[in-house]
Design a protein. Sequence first.
Length: 351
Amino acid sequence: MTAPGSILVVQTAFVGDVVLVLPLLQLLHEKFPGSTITAVTIPAAAGLLANHPAVGRVIVYDKRGADRGLRGIVRMASRIRAAGIDAALIPHRSVRSALLCRLAGIPVRIGFDTSAGRFLLTRSVRYIATDHEIQRNLALAGPLGVPSPGLLFPRLYPSEGDRLAVDAFMRQRFGHDAAVGVPRCIAVAPGSVWNTKRWPESKFLSLIRSLLDAGWHVVLVGGGADRDLCSRLAAAAHDPRLADASGRFSLLESAQLIGRCAALVSNDSAPVHLAVAMSIPVVAIFGPTLPSFGFAPPGPGDRVVETAGLWCRPCSIHGGTRCPTGTFDCMNLISTGRVRDEVLALARREA
């Protein structure tokens, strides 16, 4: 088809999902350099797109707040209609996302054949469950005449202000030389939106102590919801080589902070994807969900730690509030030593 003058990409799920849609935005920018690419996303994730060369415009859709309900959809659709969009790519498989684009009068609406709003699309693309989420998203460009390159890595672009903010934090916590990077530093992200995706707190504490004993600095990363957890871990570890950065930084500042480290160890949550976008190797801990769902870190050096062979895995698509069997074996059976060995192998290679 003729190159669209304006392309919309709608992803209003979680922060990690927005990071995983960046390769699609990057591909569109490369193939259609004259097109304006607009991203629609939630308030929590909008800051990730700042400074990104592939994103010409960001529309914030507060679907749980100011823009909730049918009136909010109609208002948002009117705003999008005014932007004169030629084609919409809709990785988010909800009726709401497809309806938004239909009400906006976008003539070409491309989404997955498994979308709950597929009847509102003009073209559908097969959703291949065994592919990585990045590959699935890239396939949405196919109907625009863009073959998928297979796999692209997301990229984030922290600003100079983000760098200075992280410099100040590192200098305060680790000394004057921290502005040029703290050597032998590992990031640890112990939180998750989903309770069953969290490796036990006691195991994270044991991991942190073992990393400190091995001579590494440790930085705890996470959002505001992780502050209590990280504060407890920091207090229990009680070591000047441990810094708690949870809830202190924006997403891009957090990405910049992770980018200063030799490796990240994290539950299956957003920090995994931030690290991938900053080219930092990851050890991802998977419990109730499976890497084969398509959300594991895709880098050749990245590692996934999981308990294979359990009859109860997976117990859900996203995770849950409690273990259905009451055992939590998927996480409890993952030893501290196993995670420590994996992350030290990565960190020593990068340091």
